[in-house]
Design a protein around this ligand. Sequence first.
Ligand code: NAD
Length: 334
Amino acid sequence: MKRAVVLGAGGFIGQHLVARLVDAGTWVRGVDLMPPAFAPSRAHAFVRGDLRDPQVCARVLESPDGGGVDEVYQLAADMGGADYVFSGRHDFAIVSNSGRINHNVAAACAARPPGRVFFASSACVYPRACQIDPARIDCREDMAYPAEPDSPYGLEKLMAEEIYRQLGRETGIPVRIARYHNIFGPHGAWNDGREKAPAALCRKVARAGDGGVVGVYGDGLQRRSFLDIGEALAGTLAVMRGPDPEPFNVGSAETVSIAGLARLIADVAGKRVHLAFEPDKPAGVRARTSDNTRIAAQLGWWPQEPLRDGLARLYPWVAEQVARSERACVESAA
Ligand code: NAD
């Protein structure tokens, strides 16, 4: 039986990845500061541990027979949506915490080599200059250098890519890297300050009455693409099991403005809403999308579903969380 360790297994993508690997017959150890918030982990073993501690990293990457495990998926990071990574209020924590995690994980892999290592990088590594003109967005994998990410979060990801790349080059461990572009789906942050645009807008639409007001960060014209979690897992496994150590974009090429995303969610919810733009809120770069040319050609993967289909799964889940939290407020006030 193949043995995998998923780091960040309590997080949004990590918990779904654990379930996907378990369903495929892999034995999985999940590791995180916290278990998943909305449903129990499907991992065979779940270790609550802090990966900033090198001894925890060494312990969790050891297989039961004392060697290395077959696969390590490194998704643990201090991260969140625009309010968290673009506000400037959490940058030291982000670079320090995620930096320590990645140094420790790479060192533990070097000491006890696993069969393969996957690192979850981000579209935030791309230079600001490639993402100014919506008509000329350029997020091809080879555009990441010269480096000028728009956030310390993106710079830490680029540095971590380099750590894992050098780990692979010097030790011979096959290292695989995906640059995720806005992954969304149920069981992610929706109301804790780390939520990203799809879940945040679902929450605002769910809370708005018919004809109500929904706040949209910036002028709403900033463009993004969003990838459903199921598609992201297929892309992740294509990258991990593929032959190429250089980073791949794992994202959708279907761009939408943030205002357009809010309108699409309202449509899925069957509500008429008014958008109120909030220019003082963090909005990130002007335009970003996934260039899937390389991953389609090399690995035969690209997203299959329109954005609307994934939103039709996310919205009811967020609406249910909103309804539950409102019921809990009423009960505690009674
Ligand atoms: P998430 O925040 O839901 O999951 C990250 C997990 O890491 C959390 O459960 C957190 O508790 C854990 N973690 C943080 N510090 C830790 C520590 N010191 N020790 C142990 N665990 C720790 O994020 P996610 O959306 O699931 O993203 C997973 C990975 O993919 C992250 O590395 C993220 O940067 C990357 N990524 C995600 C997206 C996206 O749209 N979700 C986009 C680009 C990149």
